[in-house]
Design a protein around this ligand. Structure first.
Ligand SMILES: [Zn+2]
Length: 391
């Protein structure tokens, strides 16, 4: 682990990923310290080592990010302010920020009276998601590179209703329409049913400045359902990819894309939140992986798995033009939200899943399950297309 790899700072600094503090102090004493602590750069955090890693308490997180309300009952942690909420369960590896589900890179711990989160997860998830406007070198987005997965002889996942390659392209085309309407330049790694290598996709995307990259896929696995989104795993952490469909290297190395860890997770969280706000799908969370298209990319990148083709109900919904249009619209919305957030210099915008609190002028944000139109064959890839048994 490198020293000083913290990539975001402001008036107050994040805890170091390689702390010099090794003492196992008892924590949780911050509420009484008030502004004195926040004002003293470098003393905002008390770092302890657990399982040979730097950790901080959630009380410390609450103090640093100015959540007036911090509670922990049993092992359930809740941090609240007027507009933000973090929930976590010590002993697990997941937490939520504003309703967006994240998988921690290291387990959340409960030690004595204190609930702890790794410095890595504060630095690489909480900070960029809560304060996207402070992400260093986050540029205004002018171009969006959409990457429909698979193509040509590589069908991806498939079912009797269609193929991943066809559905992904249809979602990308829907997103493109929305993005062009919103004033973005849109480039696509493929616009029809052709094979494109992973290297070609990455090289293509890396030609565009002030761009973001969105790779669109669907899952397939027995018993699986729901939507999940991937950002490149930071250096030093394992992938927590759930699917075998897109196998990633189980390494902990640094890749070119790690220069943009903050942008990657913010973009991923923003798109994931927009998707979960628009379609009724099980939330499989924001995760980290080292998929090829995320590793060597030099612009902020996300890989979206927009549902399980293999699930009987979800597979049928994915086969509807309505669902794919909703996904495309959500991707476009997520990109716009990201762009607004990283460029909002007042500094408080973050991302949220809005399943219940809808602006009054919004479209119905939860796609009613009963309102799916009857299955219609995709004009690109009719359901009669042959199934590749290798997938
Ligand atoms: Zn795929």
């Amino acid at each position: 682990m490198k020293t000083g790899a913290v990539e975001t700072c402001g008036p107050t600094q994040l805890p170091p990923l390689s702390p010099t503090v090794h003492a196992r102090r008892l924590l949780g004493l911050f509420p009484g310290l008030g502004l004195l602590v926040a004002a003293a750069v470098g003393s905002d955090w008390t770092v302890v080592r657990q399982r040979d890693r730097p950790y901080v308490t959630f009380a410390n997180v609450a103090h640093f990010y100015q959540f007036p309300e911090y509670t922990h009952v049993s092992r359930t942690v809740s941090l609240r302010s007027e507009r933000r909420v973090i929930r976590a369960q010590a002993g697990t590896s997941e937490f939520s920020i504003n309703g967006v589900r994240f998988f921690a890179n290291f387990p959340l711990l409960s030690i004595g009276d204190d609930d702890l989160i790794s410095v890595m997860d504060v630095s690489k998830i909480i900070e960029p998601v809560l304060r996207p406007s402070r992400i260093q070198k986050a540029e205004k987005v002018e171009t969006v590179v959409l990457d429909p997965g698979h193509g040509g002889t590589d069908q991806g996942a498939s079912s009797s209703w269609g193929t991943e390659k066809g559905f992904a392209l249809d979602v990308a085309l829907a997103a493109r329409r929305e993005l062009i309407r919103a004033g973005y330049r849109v480039e696509m790694t493929r616009v029809n049913d052709v094979g494109v290598s992973l290297e070609e996709r990455v090289n293509f995307a890396n030609r565009f400045p002030k761009a973001v990259f969105v790779s669109i896929h669907f899952n397939s696995s027995s018993g699986g359902a729901g939507v999940e989104s991937y950002a490149l795993a930071p250096e030093g952490v394992l992938s927590n990819a759930s699917s075998e469909h897109h196998v990633s290297a189980a390494d902990v190395e640094r890749h070119a894309g790690n220069a943009l860890d903050g942008q990657n997770i913010a973009l991923t969280a923003s798109i994931h939140a927009a998707v979960l706000s628009r379609v009724s799908a099980f939330d499989r969370g924001v995760r980290h992986a080292r998929f090829h298209v995320l590793r060597d990319i030099k612009i902020p990148a996300v890989l979206l798995e927009g549902g399980f083709i293999s699930d009987p109900a979800e597979g049928q919904r994915i086969a509807t033009g309505y669902y794919r249009q909703q996904l495309g619209t959500a991707i476009a919305q997520g990109i716009q939200n990201y762009n607004a957030a990283v460029n909002y210099r007042a500094g408080v915008t973050s991302f949220a899943v809005a399943r219940t609190n809808l602006p009054p002028h919004a479209h119905p944000i939860n796609e009613p399950l009963g309102a799916d139109r009857p299955l219609e064959p995709s004009p690109l890839h009719p359901p009669s297309i042959s199934i590749n048994a290798d997938e």
